[in-house]
Write a protein that binds this ligand. Structure first.
Ligand code: COA
Length: 349
């Protein structure tokens, strides 16, 4: 047994407004049928004017902290029920502003005091990267309890005329609490596999707004402030990189694919999830999917899928869980854990 980071709280938040495929089809040259058959998505949530990533992150964070307190109370293990966290890591690529990071504002609004807090930018792999960062700081003894949030509001950076990206992306936030424990406990993060390939940086990008574009005189070219994605190569790489990363982590942890109860992959496209399942030799019941209701929520995708799988009874204590993500950068990453007993309360939407 060794010191490990143990998952002990879970929460999530979605903005109120739902945009159905039918509503998109009224504005763009698309259809419910195309979106459902090509992506598996039926609707997505979108922030209201004035609502931002930090607003969703605060709501998800508060829920994860409440879940951690309730879980500690339920276990009656002597843990201080209002145990504060001493670290906040926020995965996002739609921060409230380019500078400073959004995490300090989130920590402040959650009343967490002067804790270290920072953003991690790895697009759709952001949550796995943030989880690995926080877990490493816990195992190194730098932190004792961490709030890890994945939050994004891609509706704020999409081209309103781009039918492809508007069909796929939705806004949301998901969060977990990690505490120091030992590697034999349920909830202990058992291992990570992380990677990147910057040669694919142009495949998923916002061209304007950074130092590259701002270091030349004049305004950005029209449309460059919007998010763009080259769908086909992204699809291929997502399948390849999530499959390889999952495989290499499974070998390290010593589980076969058949021994995994639930694979919670980044919710990009149902065809991507199914193709990863095929590569790993998984059965359909092993794959968690909630993208029909929320779309691709970027850094929030994995924790929101966890939350929905717990709420629906699909994910149970004792299940062997593999998390795997892929995103802009390009980046990818996987994590493994045995699902713990958690008190999560009713999902907030
Ligand atoms: N409605 C109707 N037609 C659409 C459409 C939409 N919402 N979006 C794209 N199309 C069209 C394309 O314009 C193209 O038309 P054309 O043949 O006249 O040029 C046609 O559908 C086929 O496009 P293609 O890109 O080959 O479709 P696809 O089956 O690969 O599906 C994606 C497109 C974007 C859904 C798919 O490539 C994908 O899911 N990629 C990965 C996206 C992703 O997960 N990104 C995040 C990763 S972190």
């Amino acid at each position: 047994m060794s010191r490990a980071a143990v998952l002990c709280g879970l929460g999530g938040s979605l903005p109120e407004r739902i945009v159905s495929n039918e509503e998109l089809a009224e504005q763009l040259d698309t259809s419910d049928r195309w979106i459902r058959t090509r992506t598996g998505i039926g609707q997505r949530h979108v922030v209201a004017p004035g609502q931002s990533t930090s607003d969703l992150a605060v709501a998800a964070g508060a829920q994860a902290l409440a879940s951690a307190r309730a879980t500690a109370g339920q276990a009656d293990d002597g843990v201080d029920l209002v145990d504060p966290v001493d670290l906040v890591v926020l995965a996002t690529s739609t921060p409230d502003r380019p500078c400073p990071a959004t995490a300090p504002d989130v920590a402040h609004r959650l009343g967490l005091g002067p804790v270290p807090s920072f953003d991690v930018s790895a697009v759709c792999t952001g949550f796995v990267y943030a989880l690995a960062t926080a877990a490493s700081m816990i195992t190194a003894g730098i932190a004792g309890r961490a709030l890890v949030i994945g939050a994004d509001t891609f509706s704020t950076i999409l081209d309103p005329a781009d039918r492809t990206t508007r069909a796929i992306f939705g806004d949301g936030a998901g969060a977990v609490v990690l505490r120091a424990g030992d590697s034999g406990e349920p909830g202990a993060l058992l291992g990570f596999d992380l990677g990147s390939d910057g040669s694919g940086a142009d495949l998923i990008t916002v061209r304007a707004g950074g130092s590259r574009q701002r270091s030349v005189p004049g305004p950005a070219a029209e449309g460059e402030e919007f998010f763009t994605m080259d769908g086909r190569p992204v699809f291929t790489r997502a399948v390849l990189d999530m499959s390889r990363s999952s495989q290499s982590l499974l070998e390290r942890v010593g589980w076969s694919a058949a021994e995994v109860d639930k694979v919670v992959a980044h919710q990009a496209n149902i065809r991507i999830l199914n193709a990863v399942g095929e590569q790993l030799g998984l059965e359909e019941k092993q794959i968690v999917a909630n993208l029909d209701r929320v779309g691709n929520t970027v850094a929030a995708s994995i924790p929101l899928a966890l939350r929905d799988a717990v709420a629906g009874g699909e994910l149970q204590p004792g299940h062997r869980v593999l998390l795997t993500g892929f995103g802009g950068g390009l980046t990818w990453g996987s994590a493994a854990l045995v699902w713990p007993e958690l008190e999560t309360g009713r999902p907030h939407r």
